[in-house]
Write a protein that binds this ligand. Structure first.
Ligand SMILES: [Zn+2]
Ligand SMILES: [Zn+2]
Length: 134
């Protein structure tokens, strides 16, 4: 299974030669800011299965508390991936092209979601963390 993704302007592109894992959405206040959205939408990748295809010179990195960082296209501002300890950790679902054949398996930190967000019934929700919050 091969998955590709790219930023809004299209200059930064990547490929994952393998399955995305553990797609999750975190509704905490930090993820709202980091993803400029109501929540994160993020899946893990195996570092050795991930490669940049183009535009990686346009990437800029912000490392927050806990050593977890995000990489953006400095031309258009899309957040493409997460890094941990200098290695790729996961990708943002919003930048994936086409159907990656995954679904958000769980919603975490819904206890601190934005007042204006309505989470649909029937999804797996955790008030705080589930194992391996990122
Ligand atoms: Zn871009
Ligand atoms: Zn979060």
């Amino acid at each position: 299974m091969k998955t590709t993704g790219e930023c809004f302007c299209g200059e930064v592109t990547y490929q994952v030669n393998g399955l995305l894992r553990d797609a999750r959405s975190c509704h905490c206040s930090r993820c709202r800011k980091a993803f400029s959205s109501q929540a994160s939408a993020y899946a893990l990748v195996e570092p050795q299965e991930f490669s940049w295809l183009s535009g990686d010179h346009l990437l800029t990195t912000y490392v927050g508390n806990h050593g977890f960082g995000l990489q953006f296209c400095k031309k258009c501002g899309s957040t493409l991936c997460g890094i941990y300890d200098g290695a790729i950790h996961g990708v943002t679902l919003g930048c994936i092209n086409g159907d990656p054949k995954i679904a958000l398996a769980r919603h975490i930190y819904v206890g601190s979601k934005a007042t204006w967000e309505v989470i649909p019934d029937g999804v797996l929700q955790y008030q705080k963390d589930a194992p391996e919050h990122a």
